[in-house]
Design a protein. Sequence first.
Length: 142
Amino acid sequence: MKRLIVAGVIALAIAVTGGAVAQAKRTPSPAGAEVYFIAPADGATVTSPVTVKFGLKGMGVAPAGTVVDNTGHHHLIVDADLPPLDAPIPADANHVHFGKGQTETTLELKPGKHTLQLLLGDQTHTPHDPPVMSKKITITVK
């Protein structure tokens, strides 16, 4: 009986929305906004710990939870692909949050090749629309 009720509710929701899945409205980013690495450079060979410096153009940095137009905070993606761009960015070893507004960090990385990418998040850690992300860079740790 419960399954029948749940199926009916789902069918009604699909009928009412025309099959669309409701998603939260994303925070807009201004045209030309860019996030990039100041250091290290793409292709660099470095030693651990690695100092990573973030750059931002066309927007400001504000701590998570701060609602101010054209601001966000950094997220560093280490050795992973971009997360879904329409949901909050995960917080784990591969998705490092800088919700206090930090613009650099020091990482302990094992020897070998590593990829790094920056993704700006809004007050709820959700990527802007359009997303403000760096190109993915590769570094080698000796």
